[in-house]
Design a protein around this ligand. Sequence first.
Ligand code: SF4
Length: 267
Amino acid sequence: MTIAESKFDETIDKTKFKDLKVIEHFMGVEGEGISTGSRTIFVRFAGCSVKCKHCDTPESWKNGVMRFSSHNPLDLAKEIAEKYLNTSGHRCSRVSITGGNPVEQDTDSMLVFMAALRAQGLYINMEHPGIFFDYAAERRILDQVDFLSFDIKSPSAFTHTVEEHTVYTNQHIGKLCGILQSGKLGQVKMVIANTADLEFARQTVSTLFHLHGFNKIPFILMPCNPKKAYNDLAPTSVKLITDALVTDQFPPNTRMGIQMHKAFGID
Ligand code: SF4
């Protein structure tokens, strides 16, 4: 299909939709999770209420103050198709919608944007922090995603105590499970910086595996990499994860995953 033949519906009233706040979009290589190394179109949206300590896009937090550009959802999908989906070679088929926290955008506008991307034959991955601020609205978006990548925040990401963090996260796990139980494909990732993170991961994975029966969804433990360089990959984190895996502390669908984009300094 050429761009001229593409299925952007020009009859839709664009004024019905709020603008989406976009930090950037670019063609890159997936850096983490089971699709690591895959060519991917990344679309990064502004705004996130989670505010992790080791966030790699803190400029996305202050919705309305940070650098972003506003786009009508249909115009944004068209711009992406025209820029990245050439018809002469092997076309990219995967888009990752990320942030910030992309579900904090206007719900209807995000749904229209995703429908327009899917009309171009794109497979949609979405990154989500596993913490919900407006479950009903977020679920409308997440139900339309092809692959859900839950990046559950470990205690080291927060300023809460470990106990407060566990209580906080447990409030959200049931919601996350509800989405995955609908048959949605996905993965669950966690950064491990210290023993408290590892213990949290052990409890979380145990809940997902034993209580909710998720024995196929990949659980990915990612060593902390604070300095964004391969040689600075925290050896303590790697050893913690390795020791836990080889001593059978996690179910078989658990693996270690390096954040390649940080390790090699690529997008
Ligand atoms: S959820 Fe992601 S974008 Fe939001 S603060 Fe945490 S790392 Fe940053």
